[in-house]
Unconditional design. Structure first.
Length: 119
């Protein structure tokens, strides 16, 4: 399963960005999709995740500002980020758990997209 993320960039504090991540490959079903981030010198942390049924989970830092959604028909997950803060600056990674044709289950990571929030 391959994940292709896009949408990062440079934005001023208070601005918005929308990240997208599309899964491809011999996918039978996608269980969950999510976004993690890693700031310089820090560990990778969960930002938000969403199941195939639409249940969501957010980090406390993302609640009220970020919204995760998915289009199951397109195997795509989105992260709408509003009211961005300098501390949101990080490389954002897409993550997904999927069953491929043949029945094997994979957890995959995208290549990362850089989000920079200037003060």
């Amino acid at each position: 399963v391959q994940l292709q993320a896009s949408g990062g960039g440079l934005v001023q504090a208070g601005g918005s960005l929308r990240l997208s991540c599309t899964a491809s490959g011999s996918i039978f079903s996608i269980n969950f999709m999510g976004w993690y981030r890693q700031a310089p010198g820090k560990q990778r942390e969960l930002v938000a995740s969403i199941t195939s049924g639409g249940s969501t989970n957010y980090a406390d830092s993302a609640k009220g500002r970020f919204t995760i959604s998915r289009d199951n028909a397109k195997n795509t997950v989105y992260l709408q980020m509003n009211s961005l803060k300098p501390e949101d600056t990080a490389v954002y990674y897409c993550n997904a758990g999927a069953t491929v044709l043949g029945g094997r289950y994979y957890t995959s990571w995208g290549q990362g997209t850089l989000v920079t929030v200037s003060s």
